[in-house]
Design a protein around this ligand. Structure first.
Ligand code: B1M
Length: 209
């Protein structure tokens, strides 16, 4: 098996002890970080989702895979994040009300930080009121993440709460996550949509420029 297969299989097995070692070995072997991320780590999480949907994996397996993914991401993080650079803008990020998924959001945070943004990460299951309070502290962009079709409405209600508070003109809003589409983003009044972390960086930079 090659380096990428080793990482892929270890995430599928939920072997969080070995994933960081495998990721480090791949880096040491000179495999580009983006290749490791997309072709082994994200690919493995997609397969975990498929196995869950097929009824072969259950929540515990999904959770172990998620922990393994996070352990691997912590090894990649220094390669994705630039430190010591003057921030080009401030972004509030969070997974919306009712949504506990945070791997994609964390990846978006890392890439944005790497692109020079200061990140205020509110975490998961963030209520509209919490987003509103954070915006009052001042920021350029708000990024909302949702992974469940059942939590998509929380994106819309968050944007509505921001409007009701009279803060909508103060902030640009980017939405993303597997069930989100550009059309949905437009429909709920977001300023931008990003299908993945690198797209999120492009959209965020376009707002700052
Ligand atoms: Co859940 N889960 N999960 N889960 N989970 C999905 C999302 C699911 C598609 C699996 C499936 O059925 N195939 C399904 C949702 C179905 C649907 O709504 N249509 C599902 C379900 C049903 C559930 C539960 C309801 C299961 C249950 O309890 N019966 C439950 C809900 C909990 C809750 O949130 N209230 C649940 C729980 C969990 C775990 C806790 C076990 C775990 C999450 C752990 C964690 O995140 N800390 C988990 C996992 C791991 C998954 C899958 C397998 C993987 C998600 C992931 O991390 N992907 C997922 C299946 C799948 O995605 N194929 C699944 C890797 C990550 C890098 O990708 O998050 O898509 P992603 O992020 C991408 C883009 O979407 C985008 O950029 C990222 C990087 O490129 N992006 C943004 C994300 N946010 C963005 C924000 C932006 C821009 C881009 O701007 C701000």
């Amino acid at each position: 098996m090659d380096y990428l297969d080793n990482i892929y299989e270890a995430i599928l097995d939920g072997d969080m002890g070995i994933v960081p070692t495998n990721v480090q070995s791949a880096i040491d072997a000179g495999i580009p970080v983006s290749k490791i991320l997309i072709e082994s780590m994200i690919a493995a999480m997609e397969e975990v989702g498929r196995l869950f949907q097929e009824g072969e994996y259950f929540v515990p397996e999904m959770l172990l895979a998620a922990h393994s993914m996070k352990a691997g991401l912590s090894v990649l993080q220094p390669h994705l994040v630039n430190t010591g650079v003057e921030p080009i803008g401030k972004i509030i990020l969070g997974s919306v009300d009712g949504d506990m998924h945070d791997i994609g959001k964390n990846l978006v945070a890392m890439m944005l930080e790497g692109a020079g943004f200061k990140i205020v990460d509110l975490g998961t299951d963030v209520s509209a009121a919490e987003f509103v309070e954070a915006i009052k502290e001042g920021a350029d962009i708000l990024g909302l993440s949702a992974l469940l079709t059942t939590t998509l409405p929380s994106m819309e209600s968050t944007i509505q709460a921001i409007e009701i508070e009279g803060l909508r003109e103060d902030i640009k809003i980017i939405v993303g996550g597997a069930p989100v589409t550009a059309e949905y983003a437009h429909q709920i009044g977001a300023d931008g949509y990003a299908k993945d972390a690198s797209q999120a960086v492009k959209v965020a930079k376009s707002f700052i420029n």
